[in-house]
Design a protein around this ligand. Structure first.
Ligand code: FDA
Length: 307
């Protein structure tokens, strides 16, 4: 019930001002965000990479001008150089939102985003690691997949997220199930209309399983991004049925969510990657995490009330 209003609030400047100024917010944000600076996030990355793999997200989305998009590219350049220098690039890659590198700019947004994503891929190649494109709302899916196709000409390891709640995704999984393809399959975190997306939880879960089956039977590298224990156990069975070994697919979860399960999967010999966001543009990311789980909202409201 709270999901839609929270996701609308995630795009509201007035709500943003309110939430960012609430004194309790910082503590709660730190549950999901590794730090507001790279320096703060690196110790968490170092610790996680002892047992797990990592993908880092320099937080930010929907930049308003080309200069902000350039600043995002520079931040990823610095991040990748630091990962390389710290000897972490073998266990940590980066995730990029195309709207943070210009996709939503009114003139030539897609081209600007492609050029900028290319520069990030070049920096990742220099560091010896990979890039995965996050997926935003459904109006951007075609453009993001088109940028992915272009990037893969020079960087065949570039990957992307597909969202099981979209009706189109099973077909997209088929298109992206070929050799060398890296697909991070998630349920989907935006508020999408029924015309393009499944709205019921059970429908989304069924779609997720269909999509996973396509990816597991394919020749690519499936990245199973969910905290859902039922889906994780079905993934294990599908991987076995498809003759897949632990090294040719991976599980992924978000920083701060189901940490014990992350450690359990890693200890079992699975490739387990944690999505680690950092930076001061945490508002949209934080609101989507609240929207996913009513208990998070209750916790947030209780903290406000008890101050
Ligand atoms: P579900 O929401 O059913 O949750 C299953 C269980 O996980 C819950 O019962 C609870 O125990 C736990 N859980 C889930 N969310 C929680 C939360 N916020 N706080 C506490 N516990 C929680 N989406 C998108 O649209 N575009 C993208 O690019 C990405 N990228 C991405 C990368 C990775 C690595 C992950 C894991 C997820 C994403 N997502 C995303 C988010 C994704 O679409 C989805 O919203 C969340 O993963 C929650 O869905 P689950 O699959 O975990 O299932």
């Amino acid at each position: 019930m709270l999901r839609t209003p929270l996701l609308i609030a995630a795009r509201s400047t007035a709500c943003r001002n309110l939430v960012e100024r609430a004194p309790v917010t910082r503590g709660l944000v730190s549950r999901f965000v590794a730090g507001t600076t790279l320096e703060q996030a690196l110790p968490a990355v170092r610790e996680l990479t002892r047992t797990r793999l990592v993908t880092l997200d320099h937080l930010g989305e929907d930049v308003a001008d080309a200069a902000q998009a350039q600043a995002t590219v520079a931040a990823y350049g610095r991040l990748l150089a630091e990962l390389d220098a710290a000897g972490l690039a073998g266990r940590a890659e980066v995730s990029v939102k195309l709207s943070a590198v210009g996709q939503s700019l009114p003139a030539d947004g897609e081209k600007i985003a492609l050029d900028n994503a290319r520069r990030i891929c070049e920096a990742a190649a220099d560091a010896g690691t990979t890039v995965t494109l996050d997926m935003e709302d459904h109006t951007t899916t075609d453009s993001t997949l088109s940028v992915l196709r272009e990037l893969r000409v020079d960087f065949p390891w570039a990957g992307a997220v597909l969202q099981a709640y979209l009706r189109r995704t099973e077909a997209d999984c088929r298109d992206l199930s070929g050799a060398g393809s890296r697909v991070r399959l998630c349920k989907g975190a935006y508020d999408e209309p029924a015309s393009v997306a499944f709205r019921e939880r059970a429908e989304v879960d069924r779609s997720y399983i269909r999509c996973m089956r396509v990816l597991m039977r394919g020749e690519g590298y499936p990245m199973i991004a969910t905290h859902d224990p039922r889906i994780i156990s079905i993934a294990g069975r599908l991987a076995q049925d498809g003759g897949r070994a632990p090294g040719d697919h991976e599980y992924q979860m978000l920083y701060g969510i189901r940490d014990a399960e992350q450690r359990r999967l890693a200890a079992r010999g699975e490739r387990m990657r944690v999505y680690v966001p950092y930076g001061d543009e945490w508002y949209g990311y934080f609101m989507r995490r609240l929207a996913e789980r009513p208990a998070n909202v209750a916790f947030f409201l209780r903290s406000l009330a008890t101050r």
